[in-house]
Structures are given as C-alpha cells and as structure tokens.
Design a protein around this ligand. Structure first.
Ligand SMILES: NC(=O)c1ccc[n+]([C@@H]2O[C@H](COP(=O)([O-])OP(=O)(O)OC[C@H]3O[C@@H](n4cnc5c(N)ncnc54)[C@H](OP(=O)(O)O)[C@@H]3O)[C@@H](O)[C@H]2O)c1
Length: 229
C-alpha cells in the first residue's frame, strides 16, 4: 500500500494512496514541463551488477514508471539506455538522443512515427539511414543542442516530457537547465561494488526541493523540483 508522506504541491493530507490517485499526484504544476524518472538503491547504485535498472527496481517503482509514461506526451531517452535496457516502442512517441545518430537495434522495426531520433549535424546521415526525415530532429553541429531539441519537441505538441535518462543524458539536461523535476525511486537495498549513479558527467550543483514524497515497504518515491532560485 502506497502512503503519501508529504505533498507540497497539492496540499493533500498524509495517508493511503489508491492506485487511481497516482496519476494526479504526478500532475505537473504547469506546461511545458520536463521531468526525469530514475531509480537508485540506498547506496546510490543506478543499476544492478547486470548493468540494468530492472534488477534494482520493484513493483511500486514500476507502477510509477508506468504512470509517468501514461502521462507523458513523449519519452526522451539516451541511446545508451535504449541499447542497455533493450527499449522497444512505448505507449507514446519515444525520442532517442544520439550524437552519432544511431538508432538502437530494438527500435529499428518500430511503427513509423513512434520513434524519433534527436541528433546533431554530425549524426544526421546515420539517422536518415534508419528513419524518415520528418522523424529526425537535427539540432546543433557537432553536439546535440538539447535546449533546441526540447523546443522542437514543444513545437510538435509534446509539452509534458518525460526523460528516463540515462545518467549521461540526465546530467547534460541538468547542465543545460532543462529539467524541471526529478522523480526518484530509492529502493531499500545496498549493493556496494563500482556501480553507476543516476548522474554521470562534469560537475554540477543543482538544488532541489521535495514536492511529493511517497512510501511503500521502505521504498521512497520522490518528486524533487529543481529549485531555480
Ligand atoms: N537507474 C536508472 O534510473 C537508470 C535510468 C536509465 C539508464 N540507466 C542505466 O544507465 C546505463 C546507461 O548509462 P549512460 O549514461 O550511458 O546512458 P545514456 O545517457 O542513455 O546513454 C549515453 C549515450 O546516449 C547518447 N547521449 C546521451 N546524452 C547525449 C547528449 N547530450 N547528446 C548526444 N547524445 C547523447 C549518446 O549516444 P551515441 O553514442 O549513440 O551518440 C551516448 O553515448 C545503463 O546501464 C542503464 O541501465 C539507469
């Protein structure tokens, strides 16, 4: 049973949350909105030893993952994550970010229009080898201009955006000041080892404040809002 611990956004009282209430608890305060959804163990591992996040998540994380996908106009994901996690089509359009313009194998036979590639001029030719021109977003010369990608997605009507990482893309989006919210599931496990964290990239210092906190059997589910000062 999911318990609401804190709701600074909607002011709901603490208490039990019915599954049908979950989508409302994740409503964005305004549009456009870009949220990231990630999972981590208590000691900060973003994957299990198998290199996948599926080995550290659990049922309540999956329930929120599905809820956020249902809410989203489009899911934005790094090519590395789509490759590592074996991404297929999602319920909404999937936007794969790849500097090289390389569509991960599992998405090459996707239904037309369900997958877009966001790349830069350097990856354009490779991208056009996999997808039709109208499904390729080219922004930037040698690096992908993520702000321009987000603007371009907005022009296509994708205003409630969900990124599922991975750590490299999340860090780049944070560095570009594009992330409004981090939804983070913390599972009550400790794995030690040299496992990745949810961020990976040059140093940054992003301050966040708790918007909503939920709990089930020791798993904490937070909506952390990026504090823009
Ligand atoms: N715990 C979690 O919530 C969570 C979530 C997602 C992923 N993961 C895990 O994280 C690992 C993958 O990590 P990762 O950091 O490599 O993931 P990633 O950011 O998804 O992938 C990196 C690749 O994505 C593309 N990319 C990312 N940011 C880009 C940018 N700003 N501009 C252009 N291209 C960009 C590049 O692809 P090209 O090489 O094609 O140019 C880059 O090589 C996997 O093990 C996955 O299971 C964990």
């Amino acid at each position: 049973m999911v318990r609401l611990l804190l709701d600074e956004l909607g002011g709901r009282p603490a208490g039990q949350v019915e599954p049908a209430e979950l989508a409302d608890l994740y409503a964005p305060p305004r549009l456009p909105w870009l949220r990231a959804n990630m999972v981590s163990t208590l000691d900060g591992a973003a994957t299990g030893p198998d290199g996948r996040s599926g080995s550290i998540n659990n049922n309540v994380d999956k329930a929120v993952f599905d809820t956020l996908r249902r809410r989203a106009d489009a899911v934005v994901v790094g090519a590395g994550t789509a490759r590592a996690e074996g991404y297929g089509e999602a319920g909404c359009p999937l936007v794969v970010v790849s500097r090289r313009g390389e569509l991960p194998p599992g998405l090459r036979s996707a239904t037309s229009g369900r997958v877009l590639l966001a790349t830069c001029a350097a990856g354009r030719d490779a991208a056009l080898g996999s997808l039709a021109d109208e499904h390729v977003v080219v922004e930037g010369d040698d690096e992908v201009d993520l702000a321009a990608v987000v603007r371009s997605l907005g022009e296509r009507g994708f205003r409630e955006l969900l990124t599922e990482g991975g750590p490299r893309l999340l860090t780049d989006l944070l560095a570009a000041g594009l992330v409004d919210e981090l939804c983070l599931t913390t599972t009550p496990r400790l794995l030690a080892d040299d496992l990745p964290r949810i961020t990976n990239g040059p140093a940054l210092d992003v301050r966040l404040r708790a918007g909503v906190l939920l709990e089930e059997d020791g798993t904490l589910l937070g909506r952390w809002l990026v504090d823009r000062g």
